[in-house]
Write a protein that binds this ligand. Sequence first.
Ligand SMILES: Nc1ncnc2c1ncn2[C@@H]1O[C@H](COP(=O)(O)OP(=O)(O)OP(=O)(O)O)[C@@H](O)[C@H]1O
Length: 379
Amino acid sequence: MSSFLELENSSPNIFIPEEWSEAAESIVFDSPTSPPPVVLICGAKNCGKSTFSRHLLNVFLQRYKKVVYLDSDVGQPEFTPPGFLSLTVVDRLTPDLSTPCLKTPERCFFFGDISSKRDPTAYLSYANALYDYYHKEYNSFNKTEELAKIELPLIVNTPGWVKGIGYEILVDMLKYIAPSHVVKINISAESKNLPAGEFWLEEEENYGTTSLIEIRSARQDEFNRSILVQKDASLMRDLRIMAYFRQCFSRDSNITTIKELANALASHPPYQVPISSIKIRHLHSQVPSDQIFYSLNATIVGLATCSNNSENSSWCVGLGIVRGIDTFKGLLYVITPVPHGTLEKVDLLLQGFIQIPSCLLQVKGCISPYMCANILPTS
Ligand SMILES: Nc1ncnc2c1ncn2[C@@H]1O[C@H](COP(=O)(O)OP(=O)(O)OP(=O)(O)O)[C@@H](O)[C@H]1O
């Protein structure tokens, strides 16, 4: 059986064209450090937004000790499993520009789906709240009432859905964040690109406050057509979820294959969570109250805290697998790599559409505990 770690690292060699290097260097070295640059990267699917963002992050780290990264690509996030919008403070170079890696975000929201289309309003409110947090903590230039502790640059990576509602969401984000720089990556199929110029501004509105940098995707063929690498997005999402739950075990434990991970998770002691101490929220569907436990069993949930935040926007601390439910004892059994101390603050489980990868459930020789019949008492 193949190693999921190997699969995750099997990406192509990265080539940084001169145009990309010049763009990154001008943003980093030609901008004032106060206020620090806020850079939003946008463009069509697979044009190289994440790869350029990683490169820019590395160049920023030549000038700043830390860089803040706001990831709004819920389908293929940089540092988290799928379904999250997150804000991460990065202080280390990314050695391999071809692959994302897991990091613990400073703040994140569990949106619970791989595209913003199911709930654009919630999606935008999460993106805006993360930006507000960044602004308050790391970029409060000219604000006398509360000064940032340290000022850090921000990279905002966006999804490749740039048509229809996806376009409107991007425009709203651009208007709200009002970045100092927008990097727009174009491909040769012009109809797939974002409109030319500062497309997010109404006529005459605030022209000149943002520096727009247009670059092309990295590789072209002899006819000047973009060579785009199609990713197996669904496989990559499963790999990220597996890499996330791999963190339940120490680095030294010898778990590299899917089978080893499935076996290890199946025999991992779960946390017991008293049902009376938590709230349960379904993010994109309504579930009749007598079906709630059935809907939760054998699913992935966001672990959040509702106590110190508003009803609809709860900071999340990670993911858990609901391994079983005992309604007689009033207990949920949850597997998660979130440290115990952080877990103590969790009082809300968020259920969306992020599912346990089927390859973890169908391993030959592994009795999966999640899908057992009669796991819930019927009375
Ligand atoms: N400069 C490059 N050199 C080599 N390969 C690249 C380069 N840029 C992108 N790729 C490859 O193209 C694919 C898409 O790149 P990337 O994930 O950066 O695009 P994206 O625009 O962020 O995608 P999405 O729209 O799905 O979020 C990846 O497999 C990546 O490794």
